[in-house]
Design a binder for this molecule. Structure first.
Ligand SMILES: [Zn+2]
Length: 444
């Protein structure tokens, strides 16, 4: 009766949307102290890490003390056996190897990370995304279509779907847009959750054919949702758009509410830190690297885990009344930037204006050295050389003319291993492998 457990967690989570900031912070501190103590005494990985750094759980007296704990990352976890991170009590309860769920983060570079997941941890991840969907207008009797990579999809249906409850239909972003459009027309979903690149491909098809297809609510996830793409999807489907930010390791991190003014961090489930140079916290309004502590996962703990994304926190509280803090934007992955020879980084978001060229279907910038950037572009129709030259000149200006832009015209772009399409990739220095992927199954 796993759904019943998820439902119980969900009910408690929904209540917390009404909490005051004081109640929330009191709860967060209580959860943090319990989690750190539990991990220290029950996970051999955390025990030895904290001992090496001379950190004791009792040093966490306030929420701000979280900075005393060492930061961990994907590379560190990958070098371990998953069971070294898993806490003792659950290891003893699990009798068979098959009782574990092994979650594999795909990642576009390097070796994937394997996580051991238990049902207990999964209930919280599921409840978190269902709560987020609820805030976008999703109801249990709605038909939901999911447009992701086929490797993310789950086969089989839950028994309750036969009764019209939580019906989910899987579409793959790697299928052609006309096929996916036909599927959507057959399903007639009230709610769609998908990668923006996949949704945009269908939106472009509708636009080209002068058609529209109505989907009331669309949630975008797994890739940065650029404003232009957002508008294009909203218009083609006449949809209300909600951006969701989630990663496979900890599930949904933040969600957009009906006020459409930033994304609410799941403050009751996560401590999200935004860090700048020297891993010092950045001020509200400044861009920083996302580090999360997942307060609900005690079987495979994530404490101060570097996600490899960059984001900006918003000031003030939301009109919707929920007191959870907000991110005003997810600016992309740490390597979704271009590095200039002068040492300056240009955010990947800067290049989205290349989409405004009416002939451009999709583009991708790939930087492999400090001299040039490859600009891959897929034209909608036949290509006019002058238009291409104008695009290259504009891209050249966006990199302050410090790098040479080398155009490459293609008929399609290859998706990465997780089925995502990233429009800016910097391969210089291969920082750490900070690739994160959307949470498995229905859960990011
Ligand atoms: Zn809100």
């Amino acid at each position: 009766m796993h759904w019943l457990e998820t439902y119980k967690v969900l009910s408690a989570m929904k209540e917390r949307l009404k909490w005051s900031r004081e109640e929330l912070d009191r709860y967060r501190l209580w959860k943090l102290r319990n989690l750190v103590r539990y991990a220290y005494y029950n996970s051999s990985f955390y025990r030895s890490l904290y001992d090496q750094q001379n950190v004791k759980p009792d040093q966490i007296e306030t929420l701000a003390d979280v900075v005393r704990l060492p930061i961990i990352d994907k590379q560190m976890l990958r070098s371990l056996e998953p069971l070294e991170v898993v806490t003792e009590p659950v290891k003893q309860q699990v009798q068979n190897e098959s009782d574990w769920m092994t979650e594999v983060t795909s990642g576009s570079t390097g070796v994937p990370l394997r996580i051991r997941r238990t049902w207990r941890d999964l209930h919280y991840i599921k409840a978190k995304i269902i709560r987020a969907f609820g805030q976008t207008g999703f109801r249990f009797y709605h038909k939901q279509a999911v447009l992701k990579s086929s490797s993310e999809s789950l086969s089989g249906k839950h028994w309750f779907e036969r009764f019209g409850v939580l019906r989910k239909y899987w579409l793959s972003v790697t299928d052609p847009p006309d096929f996916n459009l036909r599927r959507l027309q057959e399903i007639t979903p009230q709610h769609v959750h998908g990668y923006p690149s996949g949704l945009q491909a269908i939106a472009q098809l509708l636009e080209q054919e002068g058609k529209s297809f109505h989907i009331p609510v669309i949630c975008s996830g797994a890739e940065v949702l650029e404003p232009l793409v957002r508008r294009q999807i909203a218009e083609a489907f006449r949809a209300e758009i909600f951006d969701l930010y989630g990663v496979r390791e900890v599930g949904n991190v933040a969600w957009e509410c009906k006020a459409h003014d930033g994304l609410h961090i799941n403050d009751d489930a996560l401590i999200v830190e935004l860090l700048g140079a020297g891993d010092q916290p950045v001020a509200v309004g400044e861009e920083g690297e996302v580090v999360v502590t997942y307060l609900d996962a005690t079987d495979y703990p994530f404490i101060r885990y570097r996600l490899g994304d960059r984001a900006v926190q918003m000031a003030g509280t939301c009109k919707c009344g929920v007191q959870f803090n907000r991110l005003n934007s997810i600016t992309g992955r740490t390597d979704a930037r271009i590095l200039l020879p002068s040492g300056k980084w240009i955010s990947g978001m800067v290049f989205q204006e290349l989409r405004t060229a009416p002939w451009v279907s999709v583009y991708r910038l790939i930087q492999e050295d400090l001299k040039s950037v490859k600009l891959q572009v897929v034209p909608k129709k036949s290509l006019n050389p002058n238009e291409l030259e104008a695009l290259v000149t504009r891209a050249q200006e966006l990199v302050n003319n410090e790098l040479r832009i080398i155009p490459e015209v293609l008929s399609r772009l290859e998706y990465d291993a997780s089925g995502k399409l990233r429009s800016v990739i910097c391969r210089i220095d291969e920082p750490q492998d900070q690739s994160t992927a959307p949470s498995k199954s229905e859960d990011d």
